[in-house]
Write a protein that binds this ligand. Structure first.
Ligand code: ATP
Ligand code: MG
Length: 495
């Protein structure tokens, strides 16, 4: 049997992982200069948290989430048939004690199970099972498997909902000033795997929560984002911005859009047709070639913003100009998650084909209240797709800075080995990466391996070096060689 990583998930191996680490560390450093601290969040949360915040009509919630039923730790897994009678008795008791979810579905299944079991066990024992018995057993098995004995959990498809949940749970609104949090880690969505689209992917994100919705906050967040991209060496990124209004002006616009869409319904594909009723804004996001000309004729939100939203958007553009930030306006940028309002933005990068969005984000002023927190808290944030950022960097030839092997310590003879071990320890303490072969190698083989491992130096230690208390240091790039004493060697290699 040969195991492979599940479709859509992958391993990140050295030396690629060194670039990942550098990028993630750069994010922590750049974000810290803007006052952000890292929050470490759980990988799974109650399904309801995501359903509520992201919105039931979104692709993420309707079809992409990895959801499973948990069970309390002292509950055994559903038993085999021989123990099912006892198990069914327990289910009934647990339901009555409120230890397992008592929703209608669960109640119904358990009542049916109890009945089915009573019926089955009242038949004469010790006879041959007939076809009807087997059907009943099968039905009981299905009912048993359908009972939820724990809460519904979901592997996080994104982290904003978790950040807001944590903000509320820990009463962070009492902290002075704006609460600025960043996170780094894997997200999970059941999507069709392709270049730049995975089922386990990684995000670097940041969220700012506070009572002000000043456009300066939005602009500073974007400044930070671009400063980060600059620092990691991403070239050719484009920032797109838009305002999608708020609860005062968006509903009327959505209605207007819906009416116009109904008129052209026949010319749209099945996805967009469905979205006319469920989520008309999403039609603007369509990439279907035949729909593009029609979409261009639709009413635009810019002409339908209320005064407050229009002022906010104008102010945002002023603030971006003040910071010398280049951007393009894109009226069709609506984002996939329901909680966004006013400012939305996206950043694309070269070298990625059709999955070219490396970052998305926006303002979500009602989300904290929606999840049970203070109505006065507003928020804005972004999430960078690390996988795509990495692809774009690698495409552009950006590598990790220093890393890899500094020294291959080739020893010859037992006495040399006894000196090599403590020397390697000393070098490593000085931050030098050292490889010591575990068994003695022939000279030529040792130097060949040093080369193939990409070592910068070979340090040679044989009887001659021991006697002279001098190590032979060979620079593998150009083959130059010199003899150094131990103290000189440490200083030389550390530099
Ligand atoms: P897309 O339109 O590409 O599906 P999205 O709108 O679903 O993106 P968000 O939920 O806003 O994306 O997530 C922010 C960023 O996370 C995206 O811009 C992208 O870089 C990255 N991302 C989203 N889904 C995936 C995925 N399945 N694999 C890799 N990266 C992803
Ligand atoms: Mg998506």
């Amino acid at each position: 049997m040969k195991f492979q990583a599940i479709k859509g998930v992958r391993d990140i191996l050295p030396p690629d992982s060194a670039l990942w680490n550098r990028v993630e560390q750069t994010a922590r450093e750049v974000f810290a200069t803007y006052g952000y601290g890292e929050i470490r969040l759980p990988i799974f949360e109650a399904t309801e948290l995501f359903a509520r915040s992201i919105g039931g009509e979104t692709d993420v919630v309707s079809k992409e989430m990895y959801t499973f039923a948990d069970r309390p730790s002292d509950f055994l897994p559903p038993p085999t048939f021989s123990e099912i009678g006892v198990y069914i008795g327990n289910l009934k008791k647990w339901l009555e004690d409120g230890r397992i979810p008592s929703d209608v579905d669960n109640k119904l299944r358990i009542v049916s199970l109890v009945q089915a079991w009573e019926n089955f066990s009242s038949k004469p024992q010790g006879r041959m099972l007939d076809f009807n018995d087997l059907v009943e057993v099968d039905q009981m098995g299905r009912l048993r498997d359908g009972v939820r004995i724990g809460p519904d959990l979901t592997l996080r498809p994104e982290a904003t909902a978790s950040v807001v949940r944590a903000y509320i749970e820990h009463g962070m609104h009492v902290r002075p000033g704006n609460v600025k949090l960043c996170y780094i880690g894997p997200m999970f969505r059941r999507e069709r795997p392709q270049k730049g689209r995975y089922r386990q992917f990684y995000q670097i994100g940041a969220e700012l929560l506070g009572t002000s919705d000043a456009a300066a906050i939005d602009a500073e967040l974007l400044e930070m984002l671009l400063a980060f991209f600059e620092r990691v060496g991403l070239k050719g990124a484009t920032l797109y911005v838009n305002s999608i209004g708020d609860k005062n002006c968006r509903p009327a616009y959505v209605e207007k859009l819906r009416e116009e869409l109904r008129k052209v319904k026949d010319k749209l594909g099945p996805d967009s047709q469905r979205r006319i009723e469920t989520n008309p804004l999403r039609v603007l996001d369509s990439k279907v070639p035949e729909e593009q000309a029609i979409i261009e004729t639709l009413p635009r939100i810019a002409g339908n913003l209320c005064d407050a939203c229009r002022t906010h958007y104008e102010k945002l553009k002023e603030e971006l100009a003040l910071r010398g930030i280049a951007y393009e306006e894109n009226w069709r940028l609506v984002r996939g998650l329901d909680y966004y309002m006013r400012t939305t933005f996206e950043i694309t990068a070269p070298g990625l084909g059709s999955q070219n969005a490396v970052c998305g984000g926006g303002r979500y002023d009602g989300l904290v209240e929606l999840l049970g927190g203070p109505a006065t808290t507003k928020g804005i944030g972004f999430a960078i797709g690390t996988d795509r950022l990495m692809l774009s960097l690698q495409e552009a030839g950006v590598g990790a800075a220093k890393g890899g092997l500094d020294v291959f310590l080739a020893w010859f003879g037992a006495a040399a080995y006894a000196a090599a071990v403590p020397l390697a320890k000393k070098l490593r303490e000085a931050g030098v990466a050292v490889e010591v072969p575990a068994a003695e190698m022939k000279f030529g083989k040792a130097l060949n391996l040093a080369d193939r491992l990409g070592a910068r130096y070979a340090v040679i230690l044989g009887d001659e070096e021991l006697a002279a208390k001098q190590f032979t240091v060979k620079r593998l790039g150009d083959g130059t060689q010199q003899k150094l004493g131990e103290a000189e060697l440490v200083t030389y290699l550390r530099g």
